[in-house]
Design a protein around this ligand. Sequence first.
Ligand code: BT5
Length: 325
Amino acid sequence: MKEMLLVSLKEQFGSFISGEFLSQRLGVTRTAVWKQVQLLREQGYGIEALPRLGYRLLALPDLLLPAEIQAGLKTEILGRKVYHYHEIDSTNRLARELGGSGAPEGAIVIAESQHSGRGRLERKWFSPPGGIWFSLLLRPRLLPHQAQLLTLAAASAAVQATVLTCGLSPGIKWPNDLLLAGRKMAGILTEVSAEMDMLHYLVLGVGVNANIPAEALPEELKDTATSLLAQNGRAADRAAWVRSFLQCYEKQYLAAQNHEFAALLAEWRRCSLTLGRKVTVCLPGREVDGTAVDIDDYGALQVRTPAGLETFQAGELRLREKEDS
Ligand code: BT5
């Protein structure tokens, strides 16, 4: 009923709708309408109420509320259940807990800020208000070694969402960093619960520096990170970005469930900044220089080195300057 009320108010954004009309349309009393309006106001919706005129919506909260993400969301599975938090330790931590306790596939945990956001290998992820920090719970019918493909697909869905909602075209640094102007604007952390030959669930954590001003980046990230706001000079519509990501990703996810990986790999290659570049692969205790030539059918990176072609399942990549040959 709250959702329906919001839809009605949004349809007439800025204009009054009478309490009588709303109560008839929603099939509830005028007092019930009033109570729901109060709840929406508590969530941050700017709703004016005047005795003879009724209600009018004047401002939407700049929050990633379930109703904002789900308004017009064209997906079957992803984002049908949204858990929203103003602040959380890490959305991945909670999504894993939900994964273990039977929450439905496609559920997302989203937060305005994280105080213990995590990157890969327990690295810290800076997650202040203004960004997009969420984790998607999936229960893929795939083998554990195919999980990397779902991460690659997420990176290209994130590129598409950025193109469609911000008009910016990031490139992907293998495996899943999104770069704009050579700086990182988004990262992805995939965590799985699996046995040798079975995936129980997979949590895909996506972090996007959306509306974070350049000057708000901490000193240690000033030279390596950027945000959509810093690149575009205007704020991104964060809910639209999330919707667009879920829509793009669902298509790729459903294809992967049917073991169709060719389109997903092609899309990743199309968005890649890595292939054809001179790279250094940093592994524990060793660094390998070479040219990134392709990814294999499982998303591993193939690098031509002086010793021959080497394939890397994981690792940290440094893109070398083009003139550094
Ligand atoms: C990643 O790790 O890039 C994965 C980041 C995933 C974050 C999401 S947010 C929602 C969900 N919940 C979580 O707790 N995590 C996920 P990695 O490739 O290891 O990169 C980490 C490194 O990037 C750090 O060591 C920093 O150098 C740098 N970094 C940290 N915060 C950053 C930021 N906001 N923007 C750009 N770079 C950042």
